[in-house]
Design a protein around this ligand. Structure first.
Ligand code: HEM
Length: 426
């Protein structure tokens, strides 16, 4: 039975995008992302049917919006394209009271109220305060790496560093920081034999029995202390959210998970992507060595090129028309950032990785409009510091094997990346 389902839903893998009829296109097939063969399918959609309806998929029917400007139009109309009930393709079958609620999946005015509560944590002033600590932690990690030996960059650098950043943001017990990474993995995992969870029920159980109690304890701890600049303290001491943990526990967990997941996979995978892209483009790596100041424009280019979140979903609140297509009330609409970021009408030579672009922030990886990523400056800062310190120490972070990609259609990431470090000749 399973074999039949798999065959049916991965039929595009290994095919020429021009051989598959457009009416059979389903760009949510995870194998296309794992094999990194999705781009040809997006190219054809942008050329021939930029707003496309998939009538049958593992996740039900949905629209794909693949061009840069059309994605901006959808993002710019939250009254027509709602973030509720979910920004994920899949509608979870919620059981009992397990109904996670987070402000990324809320419309106004609730979204704005809750976003305002926590955004101080990533205000320019707070980021400036955090910069020294982040740099110190980056240096400790980089100085502990085994120079001249092969090791996994994903585990030793990308996961470790983003885990440390999260612990800093939440003022979470530092020695237990891998728990944050683990809960984030649990929250986003596709269940299966090689996954951290065997079923969605399994992931719910882990989050409810491990993550929630740990954060309740932190909540109590911060409630008994004067306000400080970590996210839990901000939630505890804010008028809008101070009763959230006790009165609306699922909203409490949802918003915490949003911050953990938002700040985890995305930054982690950009960190890994940067190593891959510089190895694939030795001329750009040389340009960077010759002029380390280019780190500032390279980082947004890494984030564009990687596009750590492939899409976000919206749901039509009314019948509407987009590029001549009739979208019906209740239809799911996917805004494919990964495709928009490769749109030749919006970005010059979009398939090339160029570290000194004139407008490097002109990309969709952080979304656009009222839901634009809250942590975008924090993410850029972390990545900038990592590369500033790498350039101080190493001539090259050499990729010595094939990176493994995640089996996911939402998070675009790596599970393994073997590298070897070459010390800088001083
Ligand atoms: C390279 C790293 C990152 C990428 C690519 C990324 C991407 C995104 C995207 C695409 C959205 C949705 C935007 C939309 O719907 O228009 C988003 C929202 C969000 N991100 Fe990030 N993110 C990153 C890092 C972070 C970090 C470090 C944090 C931690 C503070 C964070 C927290 C959030 C939050 C709280 C939201 C919800 C904003 C809202 O709904 O108003 N993100 N992010």
């Amino acid at each position: 039975m399973n074999a039949i389902v798999k065959k049916k839903y991965n039929y595009m893998v290994g095919k020429d995008p021009y051989e598959v009829p457009l009416e059979d296109y389903d760009v949510t097939q995870r194998e296309l992302f794992q094999s990194n063969t999705i781009f040809g399918f997006f190219d054809r959609l942008r050329q021939e049917e930029p707003v496309h309806y998939c009538k049958d998929s593992k996740f039900g029917p949905y629209w794909s919006v693949t061009k840069f400007d059309d994605i901006m139009e959808v993002e710019g109309n939250p009254e027509v394209y709602s973030s509720e009930p979910s920004i994920a393709l899949m509608d979870f079958q919620t059981e009992g009271d397990y109904n996670l609620s987070m402000f990324i999946a809320m419309d106004e005015p609730k979204h704005g109220d809750q976003r305002r509560t926590v955004q101080g944590a990533v205000s320019p002033r707070n980021l400036a305060n955090m910069e020294d600590l982040i740099r110190e932690r980056v240096c400790t990690i980089l100085d502990s790496l085994p120079v001249g030996e092969t090791f996994d960059w994903v585990d030793k650098v990308s996961i470790e560093l983003t885990g440390q950043m999260l612990a800093t943001l939440f003022d979470f017990p530092f020695e237990q920081r891998r728990k944050l990474t683990y809960w984030s993995d649990v929250a986003t995992a596709v269940p299966g034999p090689d996954s951290v969870v065997s079923s969605y029920e399994d992931s719910q159980r882990i989050l409810l029995t491990e993550c929630v109690p740990a954060f309740f304890d932190l909540w109590k701890d911060r409630a008994n202390k004067p306000p400080q600049f970590d996210l839990i303290s901000m939630l505890v001491h804010s008028e809008e959210t101070k009763n959230m943990a006790t009165e609306r526990p699922m909203e409490f967990l949802g918003n915490l998970l949003l911050l953990i997941v938002g700040g985890n996979d995305t930054t982690r995978n950009s960190m890994s992507g940067s190593v891959l892209f510089l190895n694939e483009n030795p001329d750009q790596y040389q340009k960077l060595r010759d002029n380390p100041d280019l780190v500032t424009s390279m980082i947004p280019e890494v984030i564009r090129y990687q596009t750590p979140l492939t899409h976000m979903r919206r749901t039509a609140t009314q019948d509407t028309v987009l590029k001549g297509k009739n979208i019906k009330k209740g239809d799911k609409v996917l805004m494919w950032y990964l495709s928009g970021n490769r749109d030749e009408d919006a970005i010059e030579n979009p398939n090339e990785f160029i570290i000194d672009r004139a407008r490097p922030r002109h990309h969709l990886s952080f979304g656009f409009g009222i839901h634009r990523c809250m942590g975008n400056r924090l993410a850029e800062m972390q990545l900038r510091i990592v590369w500033e310190e790498i350039l101080e120490r190493f001539e090259k972070v050499e990729l010595v094997g094939k990176p493994e990609r995640a089996y996911h259609n939402f998070i675009r990431g790596f599970t393994e990346m073997p590298v070897r470090l070459h010390p800088k000749i001083k």
